[in-house]
Design a protein around this ligand. Structure first.
Ligand code: C2E
Ligand code: MG
Ligand code: MG
Ligand code: MG
Length: 288
């Protein structure tokens, strides 16, 4: 924070900061209202089986349909919701909505839902998930909850108990944004995750950057040894897609296959054959 030096510059600086504070406060009030007036919706990004090329599930990604600002992305309101104690209520809404909507998908498709660190350490989390599954009729084994490495950093015993109890419900657990956290490898030893999602930051520079290639290959190998499935996230280009298939990733997610879509479009999208799967039919090098 700039010290008041009495010059015009720092005055302007402080005025801007004050405006920031006001904007922040307005956003907080807006978020509280949004919860009451149901302004949250869930979009879905399909995930493809790398071997068959077909979609096998989708990740639920929350959006805020703000009356004036339009569609607001989670990156700009989830951190605030966490700060002001609203993430539990928003997370619960997202899970219920997603489970209800995914109940109408053909039964072979899975649903992934993100959990905030705060939700993960909430003693009521497991009951909330169990209740939601019961109420929506969505089968627990089709649900995968994604937790980030930072959520595990607090080393909170409750979080690990919750993960264990969620697995007892039959729910799967994925480690999201893998490789970006502090001491990533140690997290793999602390819980039997069903899936590891390789962070987009590594994917962005493959296959041209040898270091990223080596890291992604190593994560795939490691996950295989630990009997965890691997999803590669943020695949935007055909070369990245081909790399993921060649290296033996289990699942592929990214703009190359599809951007997240509103709930009205996801059912049809899931049962369609992705372009990348068509290309593969003509691939003679593929063993049958
Ligand atoms: P995430 O869980 O890692 O989700 C993936 C994000 O990457 C999504 O952004 C998705 O739209 C984006 N993405 C997917 N493919 C590509 C690609 O090929 N290129 C690029 N550049 N981006 C791609 P989104 O929807 O904006 O969500 C951002 C983050 O917000 C999520 O990251 C997740 O951490 C959080 N989030 C989203 N929904 C929820 C929620 O319901 N609850 C909580 N706690 N967090 C959520
Ligand atoms: Mg995620
Ligand atoms: Mg991620
Ligand atoms: Mg992320």
């Amino acid at each position: 924070k700039a010290k008041s030096r009495g010059d015009g510059k720092s005055c302007i600086f402080e005025a801007v900061m004050l405006l920031d504070v006001i904007a922040q406060r307005e956003l907080e009030l807006d978020l509280r209202r949004a919860l009451k007036t149901d302004e949250f919706e869930v979009h879905y990004q399909p995930q493809a089986n790398a071997e068959t090329g077909l979609f096998e599930g989708a990740e639920a990604l929350v959006r805020w349909r703000h009356p004036r600002r339009g569609l607001v992305s989670p990156a700009s309101f989830i951190p605030i919701a966490e700060d002001i104690g609203l993430i539990g209520a928003i997370g619960e809404k997202v899970l219920r909505l997603a489970c209800r909507e995914a109940s109408s998908w053909p039964s072979s498709y899975t649903l992934a839902v993100n959990l905030s660190a705060i939700q993960l350490s909430d003693p009521r989390l497991v009951d909330m998930v169990a209740e939601t599954l019961f109420e929506t009729g969505f089968e627990g084994h089709r649900l995968e909850l994604e937790v980030t490495e930072t959520a595990l950093l607090r080393d909170d015993a409750r979080s690990f108990e919750n993960l264990r109890d969620l697995k007892r419900l039959g729910v799967k657990i994925a480690l999201d944004d893998f490789g970006t956290g502090y001491s990533s490898l140690s997290h793999l030893r602390r819980f039997p995750f069903d899936r590891v999602k390789i962070d987009q930051s590594f994917v962005r520079s493959i296959p041209s950057d040898p270091e990223s290639v080596a890291i992604v290959q190593a994560i795939i190998m490691l996950a295989e040894k630990l009997k965890m499935a691997v999803t590669i996230e943020g695949v935007e280009e055909i070369a990245q897609h081909q790399f993921a298939v060649k290296e033996g990733c289990d699942q592929i997610q990214g703009y190359f296959l599809s951007r997240p879509v509103p709930q009205s479009d996801i059912r049809t999208l899931l049962t369609s054959v992705p372009e990348a799967a068509h290309q593969r039919e003509g691939d003679h090098a593929r063993p049958s």
